[in-house]
Design a protein around this ligand. Structure first.
Ligand code: PMP
Length: 453
């Protein structure tokens, strides 16, 4: 009989032989965690090692692992009715649309798909069609920001502002333009955060004007740039962008794929600002990743224009799995948990604690900046605090692997091409216990202490 260790080795061999991993290319020196079980914030691997998942998977398991109610909701719905396409309708889809609308500050129509990328593709197509229906046939371009990530499919990747993710897959969709986001830590010396953020918004307006405003269909942005390195704007930036959009007839698409469903300490990230988006995309935390589901929420008045056409020009988009009944049932239950357990408020409280407890790391020789909104934190590592030269890949990698050795998984984000792949990210489940948070804090402090030189 094989020992557990031998079995693990054999699984790793088979994994190397057959499984093509996302993003990472595992080699003989690095193995993936072969996870077998997960409960709360913790994952157990095949050898019985336990890890606190400080990234909630890919920023998505908001209610934590092992929620029996979610498994039960999927089971019951699959038994009742496993599938019906969204050309028809079903009760979980109706209830979920109603529920999501309860949380939004305006009336939205809910279009279901499977992933964050899908939801953004739908947003782009809807925006283009909306303008066409209004007789604005030249509005087809989208502006997004450098460092932003909006998905892996060709349109969503075109909107993405990280060159390294794109350059081997070109040509991408045409009509996607980029401007620099506010990166407050790296703003010019002596400039106030507020004036810098106003300047960044004005640059976006310049782009609209230089490109000829009648060609711009929409702006897409996250409430804060997450994967690009946790770049939190001053509210004046976001509010000014909305005002610019309105002035130039451009739709504002807010990507809530990561920031939605409590992550930032409000139900949706854009609720930190005084804005009223035209289109909102959601995924990840919608089901806490128990099943795939995403939403493109479109303000009612925009939707109404799709009904006014007499030439049968409805929105010609369908996806087979979008709005799957079991996924909608799981989402409903997931949202019920978020509400019942006050997880949005909990994210705000835990986020504040994390920020206070880690404040002392700002004295560490390689910590340039620590920033968070709710339970979504970025720690920017630098080689030199005066020049702010981004920390080397080795330095960042060492901290991550030392954390893993103590049983804590954290992420690394930013933008490789610009040299800013130096931001550690911490984004544990919103349901993390106080002890879980203590664990994260203790490990981080210990690891930073042993990486002072
Ligand atoms: N938008 C944002 C902000 C994301 O972070 C992601 C995924 N990390 C996506 C869109 C794409 O989502 P998916 O991977 O579900 O296609």
């Amino acid at each position: 009989m094989k020992t557990v260790k031998e079995e693990t080795q054999s699984l790793i061999k088979k994994d190397r032989d057959h499984v093509w991993h996302h993003i990472s290319q595992y080699n003989d020196k690095s193995n993936p965690i072969i996870a077998t079980e997960a409960k709360g914030a913790w994952i157990t691997d095949h050898n019985g090692n336990k890890y606190l998942d400080g990234m909630s998977g890919l920023w998505c398991v908001n209610v934590g692992y092992g929620r029996n109610e979610l498994a039960q909701a999927a089971y019951e719905q699959m038994n009742q009715m496993a599938y019906i396409p969204m050309t028809q309708s079903h009760i979980p889809a109706i209830k979920l649309a109603e529920k999501v609308n309860e949380w939004l500050s305006d009336d939205y129509m809910i279009f279901y798909s499977n992933s964050g990328s899908d939801a953004n593709e739908v947003a782009f197509k809807m925006a283009r069609q909306f303008h066409q229906q209004n007789g604005d046939f030249s509005r087809y371009k989208f502006i997004s920001r450098y460092r932003a990530y909006h998905g892996s499919s060709l349109g969503a990747l075109s909107a993405t502002g990280q060159a390294l993710r794109k350059y081997k897959y070109e040509p991408l969709s045409s009509g996607f333009l980029h401007v620099a986001p506010p990166d407050n830590y790296r703003r010019p010396l002596g400039q106030s955060v507020e004036s810098y953020n106003v300047q960044r918004a004005e640059e976006l307006e310049d782009k609209i004007i230089w490109e000829q405003k009648e060609t711009i269909a929409g702006i897409i942005m996250e409430p804060l740039i997450t994967g690009g390195g946790v770049l939190i704007p001053h509210p004046i930036y976001v509010e000014k962008v909305q005002e610019i959009c309105k002035r130039h007839g451009v739709l504002l698409i807010i990507d809530e794929v990561i920031c939605g469903f409590g992550r930032t300490g409000k139900m949706f990230g854009h609720m930190h600002f005084d804005i009223n988006p035209d289109i909102i995309t959601m995924a990840k935390g919608l089901t806490s990743a128990y099943l795939p589901l995403s939403i493109t929420a479109v303000r009612k008045d925009i939707y109404e224009t799709f009904k006014q056409n007499e030439d049968n020009s409805h929105f010609r988009h369908v996806n087979t799995f979008g709005g799957n009944p079991a996924a909608c049932a799981v989402a409903l239950k997931n949202l019920e948990i978020i509400e019942k357990e006050n997880l949005t408020e909990r994210a705000a409280v835990l986020g504040e604690r994390l920020q206070n407890e880690l404040e002392e790391l700002k004295n560490h020789p390689y910590v340039g900046d620590i920033r968070n909104l709710g339970l979504l934190m970025g720690i920017e590592l630098v080689e030199d605090k005066d020049t702010k030269k981004p920390a080397s890949a080795q330095r960042v990698g060492k901290i991550i692997s030392d954390c893993k050795a103590y049983g804590l998984i954290i992420g690394k984000n930013g933008d490789t091409v610009a040299g800013y792949n130096n931001i550690l990210t911490i984004c544990p489940p919103l349901s993390s216990t106080d002890n879980d948070l203590d664990f994260i804090i203790t490990v981080l402090k210990k690891v930073f202490k042993q990486n002072e030189s």
